[in-house]
Design a protein around this ligand. Structure first.
Ligand code: ADP
Ligand code: MG
Length: 559
């Protein structure tokens, strides 16, 4: 962030004299307008994907490769955006993705709406610092209220966990098979959850591996207590399965060791050649013998295996695979409880793991299952690459959601219920806030209601009617009244099974307000290059899906 350091320097009274001819400077109101427009344009670009009825986007990069997705953070990352303010909003999505795994569109949409409402306050000559303070107070209050609204659940309640997974997957590429996938996801998370002595659940997603396979239906996705090696045996005469097997994980080649680069072997008579070949053969035989001596039935090797060594291994009845992925070996070391061996000279049988290796002939891969394995593999299937990619993004979100619910135990009603309740409580809170900050707290409350409005809009419903109905229900004390996007009715979404982890909502509120405040603090933009002051996004905030076309200045390369 060049601009910031420069403006900081100027604030410290250091003169800044040298600006290149190409550089541009935008100050005060113009700077705020410019930044807010850019940030809003980004937020509007993803809004139309929000919720079960949200649409997907097709992104084509400069190389022509296509991504079809509904995932907020993926859309923003794939868009080739080179506007610094817009990038700050993209960071909101990335933080949300890192911290919560889901809710990226929500976080970005709220950030955009905060800035839109801040713009109105700036128009009324309210100083940015008052807005920033008000937003900050509101975000803090909102987090407290979320904790108050949230329901503590029994984290072993599988049905509820499945609901959180299904809510996260609704409207994604995962939609059609969401019940099946939700079950796999809940099972997977439970497999990698350990309870601490204090009774807390710790979910270690490191022990959960996702593998994807094209060619079969999504419904044939499966959970495996173990790992996968997507390779063939190196030799036709090897066994393809091994039960109760001793398994060697090797990251050293079973090949002849290279002689020094410079050594030339000059062969003057056939005897010498034979000796040389014999020596190589012996080296390979020795290596294989060392493996045989450990008692290994199976060798998964990260490096190459010489043809002759393959032959010896086959003769010994050992199943061997070469060029296995490093990450797969590391994962398997957990699954079968083995060391990854990097030097055959020092290998002992203690380095070996123990488990069952079976072959899936259709997909030409090995399943490796350990005894009381740490690791599980979620095998996602789909007909084509695009299907599988979007499936994986959806499943990843749902995994994070279930993992969070298991470890945090607090959930909220979805479908806009929580946002409307928060807005109502923030308006009450605003009464206790004095000065201009009160208006900012109210603006914050309005901004949260963007979520139910957009959910309605994307479902082809009247967003104003919906909001009026929702507010009425909450005024009556229905804390969990949300929108059923399929019927258009207001209902108890918690009861209906639309359930979200509380942590994701807290994070969305936090990152959205922090990003908005970051943008609002800027009153001076000094750019070394061309700075287009075209306004992005149309004034009314754009129709859903219209955000893409509305992106002006500095955001090129899209589509
Ligand atoms: P995000 O990237 O923010 O997770 P999504 O497209 O996943 O965006 O949409 C999440 C929103 O959709 C949440 O507000 C959630 O409550 C809502 N939602 C999910 N399922 C339903 C449903 N069945 N009915 C109503 N709203 C739903
Ligand atoms: Mg989501």
């Amino acid at each position: 962030m060049n601009q910031l350091t420069m403006s900081q320097r100027m604030q410290q009274g250091q003169p800044m004299i040298v600006m290149s001819e190409d550089s541009q400077r935008v100050k005060d109101k113009d700077a705020q307008d410019y930044n807010i427009s850019a940030a809003r344009a980004v937020a509007e670009a993803v809004r139309s994907t929000l919720g079960p009825k949200g649409m997907d986007k097709m992104l084509v990069d400069s190389m022509g490769s296509v991504t079809i997705t509904n995932d907020g953070v993926t859309i923003l990352q794939e868009m080739d955006i080179d506007n610094p303010t817009a990038e700050m909003i993209i960071e909101v999505a990335e933080t949300q993705e890192d911290e919560a795994g889901d809710g990226t569109t929500t976080a970005v949409a709220i950030a955009g709406e905060l800035l839109k409402n801040a713009e109105d306050l700036l128009e009324q000559d309210i100083h940015p610092t008052a807005i920033i303070k008000g937003f900050h107070m509101a975000a803090e209050q909102a987090r407290d209220e979320i904790d108050d609204i949230a329901t503590e659940i029994d984290t072993s309640d599988e049905e509820l966990l499945r609901k959180t997974a299904e809510t996260s997957m609704t409207g994604k590429g995962t939609e059609v098979n969401k019940e099946h996938l939700a079950q796999l996801i809940v099972d997977a998370v439970r497999q990698v959850t350990v309870e601490t002595e204090e009774g807390d659940n710790v979910v270690d997603l490191e022990f959960l591996n996702i593998e994807t396979q094209t060619g079969r239906a999504v419904g044939e996705s499966d959970l495996l207590v173990g790992g996968i090696i997507d390779k063939d045996p190196v030799h036709d005469n090897m066994p393809t399965e091994a039960t109760d097997a001793d398994i060697l994980l090797l990251n050293e080649p079973i090949e002849v060791e290279e002689t020094d680069v410079d050594t030339e072997v000059s062969v003057t008579d056939p005897d010498q050649l034979q000796k040389f070949l014999d020596r190589e053969e012996k080296q390979l035989k020795d290596k294989v013998q060392r493996i045989v001596d450990t008692g290994a039935d199976v060798v998964f090797c990260q490096k190459g295996i010489d043809d002759l060594a393959q032959h010896y291994l086959a003769k010994e009845g050992i199943l061997a695979v070469r060029r296995a992925k490093k990450s797969d070996l590391e994962f398997l070391s957990e699954v079968v409880n083995a060391n990854v061996v990097s030097d055959l000279e020092s290998v002992t049988e203690d380095d070996l793991g123990f488990g069952d290796v079976t072959r899936d002939d259709d997909d030409e891969l090995f399943y490796v299952e350990g005894d009381d394995a740490h690791g599980v593999t979620l095998l996602l299937r789909g007909s084509t690459d695009h299907v599988v990619d979007e499936l994986e993004r959806g499943v990843n979100d749902a995994l994070d959601v279930v993992a969070q619910t298991v470890s945090d135990g607090r959930v909220l009603a979805g479908g806009g219920a929580t946002e409307v309740e928060l807005a109502s409580r923030l308006r009450d809170y605003a009464d206790s806030v004095s000065g201009r900050e009160q208006l900012a707290v109210e603006a914050f409350a309005d901004s949260l209601e963007l979520v139910p409005r957009v959910l309605a809009e994307n479902a082809g419903l009247d967003s104003i009617d919906t909001l009026v109905d929702l507010r009425a229900a909450h005024d009556d004390g229905d804390v969990t009244a949300g929108l059923n996007v399929f019927s258009g009715d207001v209902e108890d979404t918690f009861e209906a099974g639309v359930v979200e982890p509380a942590h994701a909502k807290e994070q969305a509120v936090t990152s959205a307000s922090e990003a908005a405040n970051l943008v609002l603090k800027i009153d001076d933009i000094i750019s070394a290059g061309d700075l287009s002051t075209d306004k992005g996004g149309d004034e009314e905030g754009g129709a859903p899906g219209g955000g893409m076309g509305g992106m002006g200045g500095g955001m090129g390369g899209m589509m």
